[in-house]
Ligand binder design. Sequence first.
Ligand SMILES: [Zn+2]
Length: 131
Amino acid sequence: MRERMQRFMMGRYGNDKMNQVLSVVSMVLVLAGIFLRVNILYTLGLVLLVYVYFRTFSKNIPKRYAENQAFLQQYYRLTGWFVGKKRSLERNKGYRIYKCPGCSQKVRVPKGKGKISIHCPKCGNDFIKRS
Ligand SMILES: [Zn+2]
């Protein structure tokens, strides 16, 4: 059985990061479709799963490889964006960010000081906010 499986997979693309991520996404879609009773999510999940199998058993290895590379680029850009967001959240812990109504410059003020007058460092505008 194992040997037959190995022979079947010979010359075929197999698994990669793109497939791993897509199968998780398809699982989430299928489950969300079941729990929320939204058929389109369920169908999308199944279609995605079929696509993952298609990629796994595909014999066009260079094309699948290129797909994975393009996918990884987007994937790391997205995860990088989240990491950046998380870091800036940690950096701004205990602070609030307000936008100056005059020039929409972002101003960071300490939290929990009650009503305060904020002085915009860019245009010199003063505005009152609750921190
Ligand atoms: Zn300003």
